[in-house]
Design a protein. Structure first.
Length: 67
């Protein structure tokens, strides 16, 4: 199971779906995508490879809001 925690207005908000994370948060607190046990299928590899880009996108949002 995925676990994503962001802070918005000094409140911690937890999500289990990346798509549910609002784009107006203040800080990324926890980014823990669930990785299925090995061996991975090709589809699982494709999903796993996307997580770093998704984290980087959240970090860009955080940096832009802190400026």
């Amino acid at each position: 199971m995925h676990k994503f925690v962001v802070m918005k207005n000094n409140e911690l908000l937890m999500y289990t779906k990346y798509e549910d994370i609002p784009l107006d948060f203040d800080h990324v607190i926890e980014f823990m995508p669930g990785i299925p046990p090995e061996p991975h299928t090709e589809e699982e590899h494709e999903e796993i490879e996307q997580w770093n880009s998704k984290l980087q996108r959240l970090m860009e949002i955080e940096r832009a809001r802190s400026m």
